[in-house]
Structures are given as C-alpha cells and as structure tokens.
Design a protein around this ligand. Structure first.
Ligand code: ZN
Length: 149
C-alpha cells in the first residue's frame, strides 16, 4: 500500500481542507458531472463563459483529498482564461501526470505542479485528472457525464 502522507504536500492539504470555488454556481452556462469509479470520486463542474473567456468556474461533489485538491487548484487556475488557454493548461497538466518522462520545466503550471507527486501512484492519477477530463468534455460541448473508466 502506498503511504498517502507522501502525497500530501502543503498545497494539496490546504486545497483539500479549504477548497476554492466550491459549491453550486448559480446561472452557469455549462455544467457536467464526472465520476471516477476506481475511487468513488464524484463531482459536478459549473462554468460561466464571457465570450471565449472563463468568467467563473465552480465545482461541488464528494471525493478523496487528491480529487478535491486537484479540482480546487484547477478552478483557481482557470478563472479568467480563454477556452484556448484552458485547453493548453489541460494538455500541460495531463502531460505532467501521464507522460513517461515528466516535463523538465513545470514553472508554467504554477501551483498545479504540486500534484506532480501523484505520478508515482498510478491508482490515484484518475483522482487527480477527473476534474480535468470533465472540464475538457465541457469545453468540447459534451453533455454526457464523464467517467474515468
Ligand atoms: Zn480519488
């Protein structure tokens, strides 16, 4: 078994304890549910767009510490971004967690790089990427709930 404490860097602990942008977003333009059957993480992502820009984003649901911290960090990183920027951040984050070689430069990811440690725990990668796949599906205009399986 993994030692979960290894994953809990300061940022992750903080964002799990007091998740940012948590709760229903009234008047959202888009909403989508995501589910990670492997762990039982469930979330609903709400998005409000101003043209091509993410003017507001929130999430709610129930999940493990990694899934909540990742959604909290993601919503923080997405506010005010254009949808094209959001997709670029998704790609960079996905690469960080799933590529055979971790990217040498994680500076562009800012606080999101705190989740890089999840790489070493393959069963938790879906916890960290659930909210991201849900966001990506929203941006692609999909309306069926996202499952990581
Ligand atoms: Zn989980």
């Amino acid at each position: 078994m993994m030692d979960i404490k290894d994953l809990y860097q300061e940022i992750i602990v903080d964002h799990n304890r007091s998740p940012r942008n948590f709760g229903v977003l009234e008047g959202s333009d888009l909403r989508l549910e995501g589910f990670n059957p492997l762990c039982g993480d469930r979330l609903t992502l709400y998005l409000k767009l101003d043209g091509e820009r993410v003017s507001d984003i929130r999430f709610d649901g129930n999940g493990c510490a990694i899934s909540v911290a990742s959604a909290s960090l993601m919503t923080e990183a997405m506010k005010g971004r254009t949808t094209a920027e959001a997709r670029a951040i998704f790609d960079a984050f996905h690469h960080l967690l799933t590529s055979p070689q971790p990217p040498a430069d994680t500076a562009s990811l800012g606080k999101l790089a705190a989740l890089a440690g999840v790489r070493d725990y393959p069963t938790r990668i879906k916890c960290a990427t659930l909210c991201w796949h849900t966001l990506n599906a929203l941006l692609e205009g999909r309306s069926t709930p996202v499952s990581t399986e």
